[in-house]
Every structure is written in C-alpha cells, then in structure tokens.
Design a protein around this ligand. Sequence first.
Ligand code: UN1
Length: 498
Amino acid sequence: MNLIQEQQLKNFINGNWVEPSTGKSTSVINPATSDSLVQVPLSASEDVKAATKAAKSAQKKWALVPAPQRAEVLYRVGLIMKERKERLSQLLTMENGKVIEEARGEVQEGIDMAFYMAGEGRRLFGQTTPSELKDKFAMSVRAPVGVVGIITPWNFPIAIATWKSFPAIVAGNAVVWKPATETPIMANELAKIFEEAGLPEGVMNVVFGSGSTVGDAMVEQKDIRVISFTGSNEVGRGIASKCGQHLKKVSLEMGGKNGVIVMDDADLSLAVEGILWSAYGTSGQRCTACSRVMVHESVKDELEERLQKEIAKLSIGNGLDESIKVGPIINRSGLEKVKSYISIGKEEGAKLLTGGYILENGDHKKGNYFAPTLFTDVKPEMRIAQEEIFGPVVSLIPVKSFDEAVEINNSVEFGLSSSIFTQDVNQVFAAQRDLDTGIVYVNAGTTGAEIHLPFGGTKGTGNGHRDSGIAALDVFTEWKAIYVDYSGKLQRAQIDVE
Ligand code: UN1
C-alpha cells in the first residue's frame, strides 16, 4: 500500500489547494530511517494574509449556521477519522517516529475529540439567571471570537490539532492553522477530511511554514483575534509578548518537567510499569513525559534495580514494527540536545545507571535513536532535574518524606503533570491538593490525559488557559451578557430596585 499520495504538499486556503507565494519548500524526513517523505511548503506572510482574508469572510456565514448543524460536520470528521484510523496511524509513525501502538492511541484521541466536541453543538451552555429588576430577563451566551490562529507541535500532530480546531469550529469560528513543518502529513490528511466532511470553504485554512515567518505573520494579522499555541517555552513567551502589544487573546501550553513520587508503601511493580510507560514511551517526547522520580530512600535501591532490568528489555527501532517499544527522536538537533544533557548530568555529579548514548550500529545508524537513560542520586537543583530535555532521560531523586517529595516536585519552573504511587489514602488526598500541576495522577504515570478534561498546567507551562475539555471553549468564545427588559419602561439597574 502506497500511503503517501502526493510528493509536494500544498497550503489549503479558502477550500483550494495552493502553492505558497514563495515557491519554496523543504523535505520532511522520517526520523526512523532518514528517508525523505514529502516536500512541505515554506510559506510567507502573503499566504497568511490570504488565509486570514478567506477565514474572515467564511466566518461570518459559519457563525450563522446553527451550532447543531456545525456539529454535524464534526461527527462526519470523526467517522472518517475512524474509518481511516490505521492509515492515519501509519502515516503518523512515519513522519513523527512514535511507535504504531501509540500512533493509534493518538489518532483515537482525535476521534474522541471529534465526537465530544460535536456534542457541544447541542450544549455550548451559557447561564440564565434572575434579574434584579422586575420584568427583565438575563442570560449569558458564548459568542465566537471570529478568526482564530492555531500553532501546533510535531509531537502530537493530529491530537493537539483536534484539541484546538474542533472547539473553535463548533463554536462558530474560522481557523488559520500553522502545523509544525516536521509533521505536515497529519495536517494535510486532516484538512482533506474536513473538506470531505463538508466544512464550508474558508472555515479551515492551513498554511505550512516556519514559526518565525508564518507564526509571526499570524500574530501580526489584525483579524486573527486568538492565538492558541503549543510548543516551547521560549517561543511561547515571544508569542505572548507580541500578542500583548495587539491585545490579542493567547492560550499557551509549553511543556513540563513532570515528576513521579514513589512512596515507601507503593506497589513497586506498578510504579516500575508507570515510570517506564510515561518516561520512555514516545521516547520521552511528550509534554507530559515523566523525567523525574522522587523515590523514598527505603525503596530506592529496589526501584533502581527493577527499572534497570526492565529498561534493558525495551526494544528500540522503527515504530512501524509492532514489536518495537521505543522509537526515534524527531531530528538530529533534538538528538544532540538530549545527548548534551548526559554530559551536563555527569558534570553535575549525577550517577548514570544506564543509557546515555546515541545508538549508532546497524539499522539504528539510519535514524535518530537514543538509549533509554536513567540517572540516580540526582539533586533537585541540578539542571537535569530542572530543565525540559524532551527525550528518554529520567532522574531519580532520593527523598526522606512525603513533604520533601512534594516540595521537590513543585520546585521546577513548569507545572503540567505529576503523579504519586502510594497505598495510603491520606497521602493520596494530600498529594492531589498539594502537587502544583494542572494534571495529577494517582497510581499511574504522568501521561494519559483524556480529552474531556482540561489539559494544561501552572507556572511556566501555560498562561492560565486549557486545551480540551469544556475549558477549551473559553479560549475560542467570548462571553456575551444579554438583558431583555419587557417592563415597557426604562429600569435603571442598581437604582430602580425596590
Ligand atoms: C503532549 O505531550 O503535548 O496525556 C500531549 C498525554 C496525551 C497527550 C500529550 N494524551 O500524554
């Protein structure tokens, strides 16, 4: 089966597949094999301008379509994605590298989001509330903001696109979308699905290209009223400050330094499984990936031993092979970044238990593979325990108590996800209260968020907004308060109250 249909991808603007104004493109590389998959356009601000213009005019009509009818399109999108789940998953593994089982999970996350957000077409709840005056009616409704800009990362190229675009569309907005240039195939597939599902022209527009040109141009477009971004902290800060100048609403999700706490009464077999899955799954390239383990000193030796034993069993390679558990790192610079943290950790005095190197023999030589890595005796202030590495590197930090573990967990710049393994119900409730992250797991690793709950975090992870769940609607709607006076006379609030 030839999965890739076109060699040269195009932008999708106003329902047309068009070449970028620059005429330029670049290769998309399979990180498992270094094969070139397709060419992706490198667009410029002219293309963003055209997309925004199309979106602006389409949005006016789209907002007038009753929300349950808008939702019908999302139901169809969900059904097509379901039908194409295997094809999408294989393409996802090819362009992103994640193993096929995880790719299927990611596509399923998008399908779930389609049906969940389609349901919002018959909810989009506001409030009806009494008025303080007689013969007066008061309510609030969600109004679309207009044209929204979404900027999505390569690590979840389809799921995160659905978290952002589906709520935007069901709420009556039109979208200008810049997908990551490393993973444009998922964007191309999703745009085709929107087209087939009957989304009116111009409601979804895709402009491929770099963050510094296309992303920046989106921020500069006056008619784009919201930017929803997932990516690095550095880029997010830049976007937020530029959006501030334009008084543009901006929703940011910028990674994590997620910790697992293993207490002395934990089920250690379960903890080992949870740590392996959330730390080395997706080769550690999840915003939610576990990269620190605060382990009680009384179980530290046993946990180290068991983890090393299980890490040795992890098969590393091309994720299209069903037996592979750990795929490649997205590109060479990502690989070099992960490697640089190994010398940083060693220089800081951490003890390397296993891994710490690029795999360069046999088939591994073709791709960007890094050995699953475990450091121990890590101090909370070390850089490997503070900075986001975005690779399969875990730091074990010994602790003496629950309070110390929580304090260390909360000592980082990020606040996305955290977890605790314990059998003690009192510690469970104290942990869910005290762990300063947007997501907390009990007796599970740090990954596995479900789409009907809010996704995002505190401190350096975000700026107070959330993806997915009902909370996503707050990003893509404006609250409108409506008062209807049927008394037939002018009634003054706060004054004509009996
Ligand atoms: C991300 O890493 O940016 O909870 C998204 C999870 C997935 C989503 C991760 N459902 O790990």
